[in-house]
Design a protein around this ligand. Sequence first.
Ligand SMILES: [Fe+2]
Ligand SMILES: [Fe+2]
Length: 179
Amino acid sequence: MTPEKSYELLDKYIENPNLKKHCYCVETSMKYYAKKLGEDEVRWGMAGLLHDLDWEKFPDTHPKTVIPILEEAGFDKEFIDTILSHSYPERTNIPRETTLAKYLFACDEITGFVTAYSLMKPGRFNDVESKGVIKKMKDKAFARAVNRDDIIKGAEEIGLDLSIHIQNIIEALKTDPRL
Ligand SMILES: [Fe+2]
Ligand SMILES: [Fe+2]
């Protein structure tokens, strides 16, 4: 698999521009961490990009519906299991055991929250700091769809202080002109 093919898959299954942007956010965050950790940037980026591939067309079975799509595209079992482990454990029953899986989970909800928060700022991500994000997380009415517990759990699973993790995500998202 190549990033080019991954973008083709994304375009085939996702039309909603906001969902696409969410996928770019997670892709960019995963590439950022892969680079930091000396991991495979292409693989980590593709996991981020494709993690919600079936969300728009098959929300009731997400993320299970990715299995045949990603198998046909030639992805290996570890990659597919990574995506299966990022949400709805009651549907997939796949534990997050690898570093890749833990980081994917850790980057998912927080990128949504940081993006929503950045939309309130004139300078977007340049005007966002982790302190403000953590404060805003306590505002239950804001970005209600984002699961705060998963954000906290995600940082715990990768063993990072929440504010450091959030600052890393901000730094990553700053670099992406698509967002
Ligand atoms: Fe998801
Ligand atoms: Fe997601």
